[in-house]
Write a protein that binds this ligand. Structure first.
Ligand SMILES: *Cc1c(COP(=O)(O)O)cnc(C)c1O
Length: 353
């Protein structure tokens, strides 16, 4: 293909992404009031409402834009990435929009609902044993087959425009503008690629706001270990059932310096909190939303104990229907040694007055 023809294709692809953005609405910021916390309001940014069901919709759009604008993705080339599933779903969706082949490299323990969705979008799934470096597998296949390696873990914090462009932080703060406490005391998010916490932390500084950032992390996850000692070689001390967060090692997008606090949450508590969110909001969300909710409750208790009021904002990261056969199946949970009842008791105690 001639360079000029290739450039024409890139322009057409960028126009297609711009049209997709124009057709999309922003996600809701849902307010939840809990009787145990008078004067403290909780807000949840419903990232499950994106067309591809998770906050990775934003990231996938940014990664394709970044690859196209860096001249790394051309007509008919195809793309590949490593993912715990949510990113692959969004990338497969955007690849289909652009008429490109997509290959997802995922751990073989990924929720079957996600694998089905990715295949239904016409993409190929390569399942590697849990513990394998999926990014290395994807990078190698990209090299061998001439695919564009979208590299979510390597590029997440760079591909997103942290100063604005309706990034998630700008969107949240605009939606908060007319609330009683428009500047949140805390914004709570998870860390998978680290892209969300990096964008939120940078944007808050850029806007000169006092809001602090809390990363909600599965107990023993690499972000927690790394953050304590600012160690880029940090490793997780235990695995987690919560998909999307709780990485086995520190990822390149983990910016420790913009994170004010890390709350570690046991899987049973995260899962019980995800179940609780369903009864509070009326819809199911995934495990990492539960992890966020537990961290929100702990921060709210601390605010309350100090006699303070204010707002706490967090994210509903993905749709819960993806976990019907896992986190929302009591038999599966007991096979994994998760005591849901104990988790529920913990969450109820955190919510209590
Ligand atoms: C990716 C992901 C996260 C974490 O977001 P990052 O911006 O990648 O750090 C949280 N929850 C789910 C379900 C995810 O897929």
């Amino acid at each position: 293909m001639t360079p000029a023809a290739d450039r024409r294709w890139v322009h057409a692809a960028l126009a297609e992404l711009a049209r997709e953005a124009a057709r999309s609405a922003d996600t809701h910021l849902l307010r939840v009031d809990l009787p145990g916390f008078p004067g403290i309001r909780f807000y949840f940014k419903d990232e499950a409402a994106h067309p591809t069901g998770s906050l990775k919709h934003r990231l996938a759009r940014s990664l394709f834009l970044y690859a196209l604008c860096n001249g790394r993705l051309g007509e008919g080339q195809g793309a590949i990435d490593a993912s715990s599933g949510s990113t692959a779903i969004s990338e497969a969706w955007f690849a289909r929009l652009l008429g490109l082949r997509f290959v997802a490299v995922m751990p073989d323990c990924t929720a079957p609902g996600k694998v089905r969705l990715i295949r239904a979008l016409g993409a190929d799934c390569v399942l590697v044993p849990r513990g394998t470096d999926a990014s290395a597998v994807a990078r190698e296949r990209a090299r061998r087959e001439g695919l564009c390696f979208l590299d979510q873990f390597g590029l997440a914090e760079r591909a997103t425009d942290w100063r604005g462009n309706n990034n998630i932080a700008e969107s949240i703060l605009a939606q908060m503008a007319a609330e009683t406490d428009p500047v949140p005391a805390w914004i709570v998010c998870g860390a998978g690629t680290g892209g969300t916490s990096a964008t939120v932390g940078r944007y808050l500084r850029y806007r000169r706001l006092d809001t602090r950032v809390c990363v909600a992390e599965p107990t023993g996850g690499a972000f927690a270990t790394g953050w304590r000692s600012r160690d880029p070689q940090g490793l997780a001390s235990q695995p987690t059932l919560i998909e999307g967060i709780g990485r086995p090692r520190v990822e390149p997008g983990f910016l420790f310096d913009v994170v004010d606090r890390v709350e570690e949450v046991d899987d049973a508590d995260s899962i019980a909190a995800a179940w609780r969110l369903e009864s509070l909001i009326g819809r199911r969300y995934g495990g990492s939303s539960g992890t966020n909710f537990v961290a929100c409750l702990r921060l709210a208790r601390a605010l309350r104990d100090e006699g303070r009021r204010g707002s706490i904002v967090s994210l509903l990261c993905d749709r819960g229907d993806r976990y019907e056969e896992t986190l929302f199946d009591p038999a599966w949970l007991s096979d994994q040694g998760i005591e849901l009842a104990a988790g529920r008791a913990t969450v109820a105690a955190l919510e209590s007055a």
